[in-house]
Design a protein around this ligand. Structure first.
Ligand code: NAD
Length: 561
């Protein structure tokens, strides 16, 4: 059941519904394009005050916002889970905990990271010159996130923007509008100045209005197609953008890998958040000598996963977030089948086994069945009319996949784990790089030096050795993609520097002598310039020393005028 199709919405509102049940959980009024423009104007006014606040004051407020989140952790987790479908444990482990960590880190470190920095200027220093870079905030940062991490991604980007001295306007995804409103409330309760963080609500048109309103930076997270549209629209105002886009991330398992660890990581990396992660394992390449052993483990572990609503603490895989998304998964699984791949487990949409007809509800979760034994309408009573309106898709393992199959080339963004084999290291690297995407990747081996050598040959923004996916949760490390997976970085020093403009301040402490390159020019000037090119520009002190008589001649010439 498509979230927005569940109930009648007025033209000026979005309905948020629970993907586990299809039931409405709230409504949000859509912000009009005029109101979006006004929000950006208000943001710019507050910016002039906010940019003058001390790092200590910003730190105090961010740490206060952390306290607000900690106080409300359970209801926030419940809301994230209800709107996005992810298990409540994942809402805490993959959203709340990482963003709390990012908040404490950036609150404590931003001042040091943005401290004025002296630049070595080589031989110019000998002329009594020095250079420094100082960092200025940009102004209004527009944050346009996806729905899959509706809390941690926009909140983390907002906190980094605020610490850098910017103000923020967030346009949450239309699939998770209430989580967006909650983020606004957290900043308000923490005592941030009015309008320093504003939430505007709506779908693509509202996002487009925000881009049109000429903010000073756009931090976008979403699909490649929308990223392209935003980059085009932003170019009209020369607004710079950070684009965090899709992925088709490979996991390479070498013959000497710890197969138990690799199997656990593959299952988590492919199926957490129902596979709706930009950095999910979307392609697993395993050395042919261990392919069978790894696949056996993966299938066994997948069988143990419980599918159901996010409220059940035993549930590992919740429903997918939208009908649009589950249809892509169905299409990809059908494509795999048609292309001759094998599906040892999963492969279909199901109803969760929560309530058997005529029985009391068994907790709130329930085991699901696999493959042909998948649940049908006859087996279960559920909030959904029939299986075709359920948003639950079985975690699905696919073997015999090859790179020429269509779903190996497009982002699936769902609970599928296609497995391919390779014979040589070179082949594994070539297969991993054979994609338009380049967000993250992982290499699994006991030989760390070999893993490191392979990692550097993979075209991806983050490559882990014996890990997958989780480094978005380490705020200190840069996050972003190569190729069509994005432009720019969030998180880490690189992410912080996206949110400021560097200003170079250059000082000359020796003004008694004229600069040799000043006017008027003359034959002596020309000779000196030749010397600059041939000697000074080598960076060699020794060679430059031989230029001194010529330089002195030129300075004397200029001083006489
Ligand atoms: P999407 O592109 O459909 O939407 C993303 C956001 O853009 C939403 O808030 C949407 O309302 C807004 N939007 C849509 N059209 C717009 C327009 N013309 N102008 C301005 N805003 C507009 O993406 P989605 O379905 O929400 O998210 C899934 C995608 O996000 C996947 O491709 C996934 O890989 C990617 N993603 C990437 C990262 C990353 O860090 N690289 C993280 C999470 C998700």
């Amino acid at each position: 059941m498509a979230k927005a199709e569940a109930q009648e919405a007025a033209a000026n509102e979005i309905i948020s519904s629970d993907p586990a049940t299809g039931r409405e959980i709230g409504r949000v009024r859509i912000t009009t394009p005029d109101e979006v423009r006004e929000a950006v104007e208000r943001s710019r006014q507050v910016f002039h005050m906010w940019k003058t606040t001390s790092f200590a004051e910003r730190r105090r407020l961010v740490m206060r916002a952390r306290e607000v989140i900690l106080d409300e952790m359970e209801p926030i987790a419940e809301l994230i889970s209800a709107e996005s479908g992810k298990p409540r444990g994942e809402a805490i482990a993959l959203e709340i905990a990482p963003v709390l960590d990012l908040m404490q880190w950036i609150a404590r470190s931003a001042e040091k990271m943005l401290r004025p920095r002296r630049i070595g200027i080589g031989l110019f220093g000998l002329l009594g010159r020095s250079s420094q870079v100082v960092y200025h905030p940009l102004g209004v940062v527009a944050i346009i996130p996806a729905w899959n991490y509706p809390f941690s991604i926009p909140l983390g980007e907002a906190v980094m923007s605020l610490m850098a001295g910017n103000t923020v306007v967030i346009k949450p995804s239309e699939l998770t509008p209430l989580t967006g409103v909650k983020i606004g409330e957290i900043f308000e309760r923490a005592g941030f100045p009015k309008d320093a963080v504003q939430i505007v609500s709506g779908a693509g048109e509202t996002g487009a209005a925000l881009v049109e309103a000429a903010p000073d930076k756009i931090a976008f997270t979403g699909s490649v197609a929308t990223g392209r549209k935003i980059a085009e629209a932003a170019a009209r105002n020369l607004t710079s953008v950070v684009l965090e886009l899709g992925g088709k991330d490979p996991m390479i398992v070498l013959a000497d890998a710890d197969l138990e660890a690799a199997a656990n990581a593959a299952v988590w990396g492919a199926f957490c958040n129902a596979g709706q992660n930009c950095a999910s394992v979307e392609r697993l390449y395993v050395h042919e000598s261990v392919a069978e052993a790894l696949t056996r483990r993966i299938v066994k572990k997948t069988k143990q996963l419980k599918l159901g609503p996010g409220t059940d603490p035993d549930v590992s895989v919740g429903p997918m977030s939208s009908e649009r998304q589950i249809r892509i998964v169905e299409r990809h699984v059908d494509d795999f089948r048609e292309a001759g791949a094998v599906i040892p487990i999963g492969g279909s949409r199901v109803l969760p086994k929560t309530r058997r007809r005529g029985e009391e509800e068994k907790g709130s979760g329930g085991e699901f069945e696999h493959g042909s034994g998948a649940a049908t309408q006859d087996d279960f009573s559920s909030p959904f009319l029939d299986v075709s309106s359920s948003l639950y898709f079985l975690p699905t393992v696919i073997t015999g996949a090859t790179n020429d199959m269509r779903p190996m080339r497009e982002e699936t963004f769902g609970p599928t784990l296609p497995i391919c084999t390779f014979a040589t290291e070179e082949e594994a690297i070539a297969l991993a790089n054979d994609t338009e995407f380049g967000l993250t990747a992982s290499v699994w081996t006991r030989d760390i030096a070999r893993g490191r050598r392979i990692a550097e040959q993979i075209e991806a923004g983050s490559v882990c050795i014996n890990e997958h996916l989780y480094t978005h949760g380490i705020g200190q490390t840069p996050w972003g993609g190569f190729k069509n997976s994005g432009r720019g970085r969030t998180h880490g020093l690189e992410g912080l520097l996206e949110l400021v403009q560097p200003q170079h301040i250059h000082t000359n402490r020796i003004t008694l002598l004229p600069d040799a390159w000043w006017m008027p020019y003359s034959p002596t000037a020309l000779e000196t310039f030749r010397g600059f090119a041939a000697k000074f520009a080598t960076g060699s002190l020794l060679k430059t020393a031989t230029l001194l008589p010529q330089l002195w001649k030129r300075i004397k010439e200029l001083s006489r005028r």
